[in-house]
Design a protein around this ligand. Sequence first.
Ligand code: PEP
Length: 257
Amino acid sequence: MRQSGSYTSRRRPLIAGNWKMHGMLDEAQQFVADLGNIASPDQVEVALMPPYTLLHPLSELLRQKGIQLGAQNVYYEPKGAFTGSISPLMLRDAGCRYVILAHSERRDIMGEANELIGKKLAAAWSAGLEPILCIGEHLEERQDGETNAVLRRQLAVLEDAPEGAALTVAYEPVWAIGTGLTASPEQVTETHAFIHEELTRLGHDCRVLYGGSVKPENAAELMACPGVEGALVGGASLQADSFMKIVQAAADVAAGE
Ligand code: PEP
């Protein structure tokens, strides 16, 4: 059991790598080769979210290393005339356990809003996928004291969620994604406490990851914050070496070292 401050978690933390729109087949094969004989430690669950084109080729290779597979997005219809879209069952067919939903890049660049996100959540659950629901505020919202109100609005998509639905939430302050800026341990602790409170109010008791410029150098400090049960890692997940250092830091924290 991991005990951090007033928050106690019996769940295994998850370290998930979001490759975004990066990765050719040869690079993915090199990544797996670079993992060598490193097995994922028992204390943490490890997952990788490569682009769609790499799901099938990586599925078996990652399974052999005890690493879970996930996708970065999904459409909500099961099949049909939706050119360019991928369905939840296709992700299952490719070996996915997880799907990232509502990443800030999809909210901000593709204009995804709660109505669409709610449909995708429902579709993911009915196909047996575990969504990793991303939430997070922009810098101006934090500066205006709006952080909790923004997060509450984003979490409202869970109001109609089926009881006990498999779920992970990722708190990713938008100003910390890909910028090299990380939230301070105080900001992370305070915000994760609010998210857990809000999730309890909505009837969910699930892991809450932190995401935003997590690197080998700051992973231990961030993973030790109360209420943090893993990380969603972008840039630092592209190299096996830095990704596995983050995994090891999380394992050490979980083991109480
Ligand atoms: C992300 O893509 O979810 C992310 C947190 O990216 P980075 O680690 O590069 O900030």
